[in-house]
Write a protein that binds this ligand. Sequence first.
Ligand code: ADP
Length: 493
Amino acid sequence: MPKPATSRTRELIFGDLWEYDPAPETADPKLKSRYDLFINGKFTAPKSGQTFDTINPANEAKLAEIAVAGADDVDRAYKAADKAFTSTWSKLPGIERGKYIYRIARLLQDRAREFAVAETLDGGKPIKESRDFDVPMAAAHFFYHAGWADKLDYIAPGRRVQPLGVVGQVIPWNFPLLMMAWKIAPALAMGNTVVIKPAETTSITALKMGEIFQEAGLPPGVVNIVTGAGETGAAVVNHPLAKKIAFTGSTEVGKVIMKALAGTDKKLTLELGGKAANIIFDDAPLDQAVEGIVNGIFFNQGHVCCAGSRLLVQESIADEVLARLKRRIAVLRVGDPMDKNTDIGAINSREQLAKITRLVASGVKEGAEIHQPACKLPAKGFYFKPTVFSGVSMSHRIAREEIFGPVLSILTFRTVEEAIEKANNTAFGLSAGVWTDKGSRILKMSTELKAGVVWANTYNKFDPTSPFGGYKESGFGREGGRQGLLDYGQLVG
Ligand code: ADP
């Protein structure tokens, strides 16, 4: 005879959230009311005089004005970077370059709370993520690459490696500071100089990094930060002084960039979209797997290119996994990203919220079964409930298109071969996850899955030493590790 449920189990079963006292983060993000471009070591007004507003997606309040860089501002940035490359940066011994990069890493650590709050206000991600993941990981990337700067003679045995020159970089809004660190740290360690453009909805932490470059005494022009939307991005990509373009963003814009660079001698690396499969076998440790699945798709509101947005579950455990997932999402806290208890914060922009809403409506229309908790969303700001779809088939749009939101589609499989076939049946190939007790199956899956990263019995784990990048329409080139660093150099001799 089952025991009557205690009040605690009843709450978990019925999905009512315990009342927590508010736990708002209080550190001062030290925001300015206006941010200018960072060119040649100084903050400078754009030639056009134009600015745009950046808002807090959690409540739609204006945070600051950001300068719009026109083609002539981008040209100034490239000229400063080119001068810095030839006159100082490429001439410095690696050990000296490394000292600057270490200094940047330490200064970022010193100001970690301030940066975490700024990142959360501007982008909408929960403070516990920006505080515990984005900022420490960004600092770790600078530390790791600082260590390489004086060891480049050992990076490709028997060969010498040289910097490329000025590198143009365009980054997205999902991990603004971390993507900047991924791009800048290896470029500087290799001896290149940089012109970088953050995404238009998340420019603040990039520009705060300008303050850190000044504090670190980085020679003027080594890193230049230009802000604006797609037009500014196109000016960065198409500038004749760029020797390499590194882009992270949508597959759609990645294709535009590839076409624009065809026939030029610029190097290119692209890190684009994904539609990762998290594959769970019937011998997997289920509690651990459910935590990993939740982390894989609801982490950062699903604003993750490698989000585990398709769950492939072995048919015999499909009902059990769905029941556990429904219980788990019922106790996720959605709301104010500045509250330390929040699990799912704000969607980055109104446009992104509209895209998620559209794709979820298509899932319902095409006949998949939708599961959402009863949680209340804040009246103002951009929010979306954690959503699970069961009964999804490969032909549904929600199984094929990148949603970039907290939406999980569950498909089933019977055999290992079917799991591999379904996981690889996508235009993308950035990442995948495998949950099983069998080591031999992990090895087989990681060999046969066409994905740049395969996590086994875990998900969304990152380390600066580990290369990250895609197959197929997820792009090419790697970021992180020796491979990522080599993408910023040329082998000579
Ligand atoms: P997402 O879907 O992640 O917003 P986008 O590809 O639209 O991805 O944006 C990623 C970055 O690319 C942003 O910094 C954006 O301003 C920039 N961008 C958009 N259009 C272009 C373009 N035509 N050329 C270069 N950069 C662009």
